[in-house]
Ligand binder design. Structure first.
Ligand code: SF4
Ligand code: SF4
Length: 298
């Protein structure tokens, strides 16, 4: 089973036909099928933030424990944007969650597993404000589901698999990845610190909750107390807030108010330093953002 990055180009065994939501395709997977479990015996599954929220609860572990025990790192792009893939069993290509009875986390399986045998491609045309989704069929030889006499629209399949909820929650995150790739030199290569923040906000909700609750964060960002309380209690809300913070740090989109006193003094101090370096270079701006970020943990 292969998951695709949001803008990855189709390649074999992918059928190079773009499907839209109303397009129909033939496929059905069920427990009695002869190939049952085959797709989980050789996996390459990229995880999204909401996958991790669901799986860590399912498995009864913290997000840090989930990362350590159930994932492997990879880089999503040439800049080194951190990604996580689902781990396989030791000395095997089979998914760590696979049991003889089937998926051990079925109700909370990742979005990529829900999509299969469809793949999702998100692309943003030049100068377009938003990306466009389309779908493609993954036809692997071992998968007999393509021979089953069931035809459905992409839209119905997504609903049946519950992947529409995953896409809705992960949407902003995918937008960030696409924007970062399409921005090129105007944003520049994100610094190590912004990658750390990306990792924390994307994959480690327990660590990110502690970060938002920390005194350093409270000194810089001006959050309404009831809003902050909501973040502490609701991981989906916390994820969405993390995506806003990432947009602020990576792209300078100021949607989270800063406290006028402490934060602005710090920002002015660092801006002054950066101006002295006679820059304007994107790396320097990223460094300046890092310095601001570093102070949050003071
Ligand atoms: S999480 Fe479940 S459905 Fe997905 S690859 Fe693993 S065993 Fe298969
Ligand atoms: S039909 Fe395809 S998706 Fe379903 S169990 Fe078989 S190989 Fe996996």
């Amino acid at each position: 089973m292969n998951s695709k990055l949001p803008d990855s180009a189709p390649r074999s065994p992918i059928i190079p036909v773009q499907l839209r939501l109303d397009d129909k395709f033939r496929f059905r997977c069920h427990k009695g099928i002869a190939c049952f479990n085959k797709c989980c015996e050789n996996i390459d599954i990229m995880l999204t933030p909401y996958d991790i929220v669901r799986l860590k609860h399912r498995l009864g572990v913290t997000s840090r424990e989930f990362i350590d025990l159930y994932t492997v790192d990879f880089q999503m792009d040439g800049h080194g944007t951190p990604g996580l893939k689902l781990r396989t069993k030791e000395n095997s290509t089979a998914c760590i969650n696979l049991t003889p009875e089937g998926c051990g986390v079925y109700e909370d399986r990742p979005a990529a597993c829900r999509y299969y045998a469809l793949g999702l491609v998100s692309m943003r045309k030049k100068d377009a404000p938003r990306d466009e989704d389309s779908y493609f069929i993954v036809r692997e030889e071992h998968c007999l589901g393509h021979l089953e006499p069931v035809v459905q629209t992409v839209c119905d399949y997504r609903k049946e698999q519950g992947v529409d909820l995953y896409d809705e929650i992960n949407h902003e995150w995918r937008q960030i990845i696409l924007k970062k790739r399409s921005s090129g030199p105007t944003v520049g290569r994100p610094s190590e610190r912004s990658f750390e923040l990306f990792f924390l906000a994307s994959y480690d909700p327990d660590g990110f909750r502690e970060f938002v609750a920390s005194p350093g964060f409270g000194e810089v960002f001006d959050l309404d107390p009831s809003f902050k309380q909501g973040l502490m209690a609701d991981e989906v809300q916390l994820l969405r807030f993390g995506f806003r913070l990432l947009r602020q740090v990576l792209f300078g989109e100021k949607s989270i108010p800063l406290k006028p006193g402490a934060a602005q003094m710090r920002i002015a101090r660092y801006q002054q330093r950066m101006a002295q370096l006679s820059t304007g270079r994107a790396e320097d701006l990223a460094d300046a953002q890092d310095k601001i970020y570093e102070t949050l943990g003071d």
